[in-house]
Design a protein around this ligand. Structure first.
Ligand SMILES: [Zn+2]
Ligand SMILES: [Zn+2]
Length: 590
């Protein structure tokens, strides 16, 4: 059985072969295997439209069914130049090879010198390509029903804007038709859950060109959602001995020079702002501010650990091409915290941090996590002994909580080892979320101290930790996880009250008032619309409960309850309804 990557890459050759047959005169770029499929870049005699894809696919199937062999030939560079004399991109690759600039190009596809001065080419039917392989032996090994061409996109030759724009055709490929179907189904499901669309439908957030790319505006309902999340975190952290702090959005460049951000992190920061002859930077992180608060007093071992938390809004440069809804933005709010402690407190504190972190993530309804422990990279601050101790404390915390984890060797930040938690959403997708990073560097740079029990001046260790990571990103993930149907405790609007006719409005209003006195977030839907239209709109907005009140409900002093997932669940006394929803909210049921 061939590796799926080999099948995917071989399909790229078949795609190019089909294109050569259908569009004579095409110039060929490269065609590697990628995650879940493959692509090939072409310089075509005419522009393609999505309608061309089924034609190309059909041709590919015909070719596959002919059981064509992939034949390897080793040729000299001169021969190769002759073979590809009309293929300018291939010629460029051959020449690059000679000058030794390009041993492997873009990972899998490469022009490799097999011997001194010779190259390997592969022929499949009438199509010949420069390639080092490997490929299937024959198209017989490819399932003609397990691939699909998905899209056409522009791509610069060799990724440079100075080069011509080529047409890239993407395909998906799996070993079986079933796998392909499963993938496509999951993708459709993911599209339906796209948080960018949900954000609009639920009126949570928006973007505006005039405001700028990657800068979300939180609308009233989105702001409520943020507020609920922040409140919950606030309560949790205060109960765990954190102190809340608030710090500015900009800081003098001197601060960022001391912290090392100016030297090591500049590419992610925005240009300085001049204020009174001095330069200021918009903060990409909150850490140096928290350090300054620590340093405002002489600290004793008795004060440690000191834990500062902040909902800190930071700004980081991201290329416009990678911006994506709330997942990748240029300004976001971190649920940031820093713990300053004595080295001997590290293990216990980390255990507590991890335990609390997982509890909070579970409360939001996430059940599956992958944990990663990243160890010492080649370039590092601090001492080897310090790294070893810190890494052992992280292991101790993981082990004592009986957590499974993977090691990412050398994946730590230069200032210390770390644990990352990735959450798995309801579609099985993995999202980077929490991080717990040990830092030996900032305490050194900012000359932080505490008086140890022995009376000696000692340096504390610092832990950077974010649980949700970025509030923006987390809400994006939350929306996709729940397909917008947030649990009752998180829903910006929890209950709608819908009077059947104008004569029921007064009763509906009294219901509304009673619910709001119990701190429920409600809306009285007294617009001049039909009940069914209001119910439909409530369903689109994923309102957890709708109470419909008409003659019968008014006469018996009851309400008719529609539950988001179950529809009409009958009529009940308001007290009974209140008791039900209060229980659901208090238990943060997801
Ligand atoms: Zn190849
Ligand atoms: Zn930090």
């Amino acid at each position: 059985m061939q590796k799926i990557e080999t099948i995917r890459h071989s399909l790229a050759h078949i795609l190019a072969y089909a294109v050569q047959e259908l569009y004579p005169g095409t110039k060929f770029g490269i065609g590697p295997a990628i995650e879940n499929g493959f692509y090939y870049d072409f310089d075509l005699p005419r522009a393609l439209t999505p309608e061309d894809l089924p034609k190309i696919e059909k041709k590919m199937r015909e070719l596959i069914k002919q059981n064509i062999k992939f034949e390897k030939k080793v040729v000299s560079k001169e021969e190769a130049k002759k073979i590809f004399k009309n293929q300018l991109y291939k010629l460029e690759l051959i020449n690059l090879q000679r000058s030794g600039l390009c041993q492997t190009y873009r990972g899998r596809v490469s022009v490799k010198l097999t011997e001194v001065g010779s190259l390997s080419v592969y022929q499949v039917g009438e199509f010949i390509d420069l390639c080092k392989g490997p490929h299937v032996k024959s198209t017989k090994e490819i399932n003609p029903e397990a691939f699909k061409l998905t899209k056409i996109a522009g791509a610069y030759w060799r990724g440079s804007e100075r080069n011509p724009m080529l047409t890239r055709i993407y395909g998906l490929a799996f070993k079986t038709k079933k796998e392909l179907e499963n993938y496509l189904q999951k993708e459709t499901e993911a599209e339906k859950r796209d948080h960018r669309i949900l954000g609009q439908e639920l009126e949570l957030f928006m973007f505006d060109e005039e405001v700028g790319a990657g800068l979300p505006l939180w609308m009233p309902k989105g702001a409520i959602l943020r507020h609920i999340i922040e409140n919950y975190l606030h309560q949790e952290l205060i109960s765990q001995g954190y102190k809340w702090v608030v710090t500015p959005h900009i800081g003098n460049i001197l601060l960022w020079k001391t912290s090392g951000h100016w030297e090591h992190y500049q590419e992610n920061m925005y240009s300085p702002i001049a204020i009174d002859e001095e330069q200021y930077l918009i903060k990409p992180m909150n850490c140096p501010f928290h350090v300054k608060i620590y340093n405002s007093k002489i600290r004793s071992y008795k004060d440690l650990p000191i834990r500062y938390a902040e909902m800190g809004t930071v700004y980081r440069y991201e290329k416009s091409g990678v911006l994506h809804g709330l997942i990748r933005v240029r300004g976001f709010t971190q649920d940031d915290a820093h713990v300053f402690l004595a080295p001997e407190q590290l293990g216990i504190e980390l255990k507590q941090l991890l335990k609390q972190g997982l509890k909070i993530l579970k409360t939001f309804g996430f059940k599956n996590f992958n944990l990663y422990l990243s160890t010492q990279p080649q370039k590092y601050a601090g001492t080897l002994k310090g790294w070893e101790k810190a890494t052992n404390s992280l292991k101790y915390a993981l082990k004592s909580l009986k957590l499974n984890y993977q090691i990412d060797p050398g994946g730590g930040v230069f200032y210390g080892p770390k644990i990352d938690i990735k959450i798995k959403d309801s579609l099985g997708r993995e999202w980077q979320c929490s991080t717990f990073q040990i830092d030996f560097n900032l305490p050194e740079r900012f000359k932080m101290f505490y008086t140890a029990k022995s009376g000696r001046k000692s340096q504390p260790i610092m832990i950077h930790r974010a649980l949700l990571g970025s509030l923006e990103r987390f809400i994006g993930v939350l929306l996709e996880h729940y397909a917008g149907a947030l649990p009752l405790w998180l829903s910006p609007e929890q209950v709608w009250i819908i009077p059947v006719g104008t004569r029921h409005e007064k009763y509906a209003d009294s219901i509304n008032k009673q619910l709001t006195t119990h701190n429920l977030r409600t809306e009285l839907k007294d617009e001049n619309e039909t009940v069914s239209k209001k119910v439909r709109s409530g369903e689109i907005q994923k309102i957890p409960y709708m109470l419909v009140v008409g003659d019968k409900e008014m006469k018996t002093k009851q309400v008719r309850v529609r539950e988001r997932t179950r529809g009409d669940i009958g009529i009940m006394k308001l007290d009974k309804f209140l008791e039900k929803v209060k229980m659901e909210i208090d238990s943060k049921k997801s």
